[in-house]
Design a protein. Structure first.
Ligand code: ATP
Ligand code: MG
Length: 428
């Protein structure tokens, strides 16, 4: 993409009402815009990141045979009354139309997915399966000061699985732990993200959160470095301050952001909607459920909090809006423009995403913007480059600079291999 065509512009200052680092940097760099507290628009650069996050999750959910669907946001009151949450869920947005009919704006989708699948499940032969979606959720969050980490409207990937018994749920649940580990690894936050034991509510001993260590975190976790797992502060007393896996008492305290969670729902939602199936003997049995969430904006903001520095954003290659920022140093020599364009087309032809800074700005301003936007590799083209036949390439994360020729450059950029998952669902 040619940067002069980008309708957004970078800003020197963050809006004074933003306190979170992620919001300040993302607004300055033109990735998002705030409409009101906890409600953000995603602009072209930001949407590219969001879509990459979405695609990584989609590939991993498909690999465990999840079937993608899309459910509505406008929910009939009756569905929420069936589970009792119309009255008990404090952060539920309720809207009514001119005829007085009341609806909820979806804060989560158990109330919709259970009656939906009920129409298709009758026998043990119909189980197991799982469905997932990427959908806007609405929650009346009291503290909406954390930028895109805590939205009042935000996109979640929510998956729901349906099983004939607890053993089958347990098997799938264990598979989801691994699947989530791959997802966070592919986002580039694997090392900082811990499978965390959290309170399970009344239905199981634990649920599991995935917590990414950053100073911006609202949660306190206790890490076992031997097992690379953590315990949420809220259950640490029950655990006697010891690792539930190896008994290690030497736990490290950190603040962290919950980027995802997985939950054994068992019959919590199948019971009120009477979602059941006939077993091998023809007897009615309740369907056993699990649910699995990841907040896309939560992940996006966490990456900014974890890696952003005093100059701006720093993107892991996997979710970067572009792989290369091609910075053209303006010159009276027409050949600089011609050669940059040729090189730009060549990179694109090699399947490399490029943002070409072709704006009429001074080099210093372009470099500052390049650091702010945070694309993994900055490549400078100038009159000097033409004379010497070498390009300057700088890695945003480390600041490392090297001079390479055209072929070396392409080879180097292509050598940074993206993590992929080769698992495939046999039934999709
Ligand atoms: P939290 O404790 O942070 O409020 P939660 O327990 O309410 O999270 P869930 O309802 O289980 O979260 O949602 C699943 C995932 O959705 C969370 O792990 C998180 O990644 C994301 N999420 C939850 N609330 C928000 C929000 N207000 N804005 C952005 N993402 C969110
Ligand atoms: Mg919440």
């Amino acid at each position: 993409m040619r940067q002069r065509t980008l309708f957004t512009k970078t800003r020197k200052e963050a809006p004074s009402d933003e306190v979170a680092k992620n919001a300040k940097l993302l607004i300055r760099a033109g990735f998002v815009d705030k409409l009101q507290a906890g409600v953000y628009s995603y602009l072209p650069l930001g949407l590219r990141v969001l879509k990459k996050i979405e695609q990584i999750i989609r590939e991993e959910m498909n690999a465990v045979c999840g079937q993608e669907i899309l459910m509505p946001s406008l929910h009939p009151k009756e569905n929420w009354q069936t589970t009792g949450r119309w009255d008990t869920m404090d952060d539920l947005y309720k809207v009514s139309d001119t005829s007085g009919r009341e609806n909820a704006l979806g804060a989560t989708h158990e109330e919709i997915v259970v009656p939906l699948v009920k129409q298709f499940v009758s026998s043990y032969r119909d189980l197991p399966f799982s469905v997932y979606q990427f959908q806007n959720k609405f929650r009346m969050e009291l503290r909406a000061k954390s930028g895109i980490l805590r939205g009042r409207e935000f996109i979640m990937k929510d998956m729901y699985s349906f099983h004939k018994d607890e053993t089958d749920l347990k098997n799938f649940y264990d598979k989801m732990k691994k699947s989530y580990e791959r997802v966070f690894e592919r986002f580039g936050i694997g090392e900082k993200t811990y499978l965390t034991f959290a309170g399970g509510g009344s239905f199981s001993k634990y649920s599991h959160e995935f917590q990414t260590v950053t100073p911006a975190g609202e949660d306190t976790i206790y890490i076992c470095d031997i097992c690379h797992i953590a315990i949420n502060k809220e259950i640490i007393e029950d655990q006697n301050h010891t690792c539930p896996l190896c008994g290690n008492k030497n736990l490290r305290t950190e603040t962290a952001v919950e980027v995802g969670n997985i939950f054994e729902l068992k019959t919590k939602y199948s019971a009120p909607f009477d979602l059941s199936y006939k077993d091998e003997e023809g007897k009615d049995q309740p369907v056993i459920m699990g649910c699995y969430g990841i907040g896309l904006g939560r992940v996006f903001g966490t990456v900014v909090e974890a890696y952003g520095d005093d100059k701006g954003l720093v993107w892991p290659r996997e979710i970067a809006p572009f792989a290369v920022h091609l910075v053209e140093i303006l010159s009276a020599n027409i050949r600089v423009r011609e050669e940059t364009e040729k090189f730009y087309n060549e990179l694109i032809g090699q399947g490399i995403d490029v943002l070409w800074d072709d704006r009429d700005l001074r080099a210093g301003e372009k470099f500052a913007d390049s650091d702010l936007i945070g694309i993994p590799f900055r490549v400078v083209v100038s009159e000097k480059t033409l004379t010497e036949g070498k390009f300057e390439i700088k890695a945003r994360a480390t600041g490392e600079v090297s001079m390479v020729d055209r072929d070396e450059l392409i080879k180097f950029i292509k050598s940074v291999k993206l993590k992929v998952n080769t698992d495939a669902c046999p039934t999709l």
